[in-house]
Design a protein around this ligand. Structure first.
Ligand SMILES: C[S@@+](CC[C@H](N)C(=O)[O-])C[C@H]1O[C@@H](n2cnc3c(N)ncnc32)[C@H](O)[C@@H]1O
Length: 195
């Protein structure tokens, strides 16, 4: 993996939910682009402090469910503190490892990784995403365009759309659509490849 498993430093996690970030990355519109809708079960893998998971929970509504999955205890602690103050009860924070997501096989309609693909240390997390997706489920990726932006991960750690597509393909996914997800990011939708 280009990022070599390099993780976002949890000491800077307040930035993830900042107005500055919201000015160039708009979670509700990106989630709408992936057709997230009422009643869906969603796994936000590498959820951080809930920048996408919280609006996703509003979109799936009371009949739906969002699992915010992360391997960082600090990220999950901040997210749980937000949940204590929130209404709803359809968002659950779960601790994962690089190779294990604590959800059953074929349990979610949509698995989502925002700014996480370039941090993966190997194929384990994507194989887990494939395992937990229902047969007709979809994978959504948002990640940094591979260019100098003056902030964000170093260019050498980023994957361009073709590299990202190859990583997905190696894990058994078939990319179906690539789109602009803001000035600095692209989106990729994929489904599980039929053998
Ligand atoms: C840059 S942050 C993005 C957080 C969130 N998706 C967002 O956009 O606000 C990357 C997050 O992915 C998590 N992460 C990295 N590799 C992971 C993996 N293999 N499984 C689960 N979480 C992972 C990190 O702990 C961190 O919280």
């Amino acid at each position: 993996m280009p990022g070599g498993g390099h993780k976002f430093d949890a000491a800077h996690r307040a930035y993830l939910d900042s107005e500055e970030r919201r000015s160039y990355l708009d979670p509700p519109s990106i989630l709408r682009s992936f057709h997230v809708r009422a009643g869906m079960h969603v796994a936000d893998i590498g959820s951080g402090t809930g920048f996408f998971a919280i609006p996703a929970a509003e979109m799936v509504g009371p009949e739906g469910r969002v699992y915010a999955v992360d391997l960082s205890p600090e990220m999950l602690e901040d997210l749980r503190a937000k949940l204590e103050r929130a209404e709803g009860g359809n968002l659950e924070a779960l601790r994962s490892t690089e190779d294990r997501i604590p959800l059953p096989d074929a349990s979610v309609d949509f698995a989502f990784l925002a700014c996480v693909l370039h941090e993966l240390a190997g194929a384990g997390t994507l194989l887990e995403a494939r395992r937990i997706l229902k047969p007709a489920g979809r994978l959504g990726i948002v990640d940094w365009k591979k260019e100098e932006s003056g902030f964000g991960p170093p260019k050498a750690h980023r994957l361009d759309e073709d590299e990202a597509g190859a990583v997905l393909s190696d894990a058994g996914f078939e990319p179906t659509r690539t789109f602009e997800a803001g000035v600095y990011h692209y989106g990729i939708e994929a489904r599980v490849r039929r053998r």
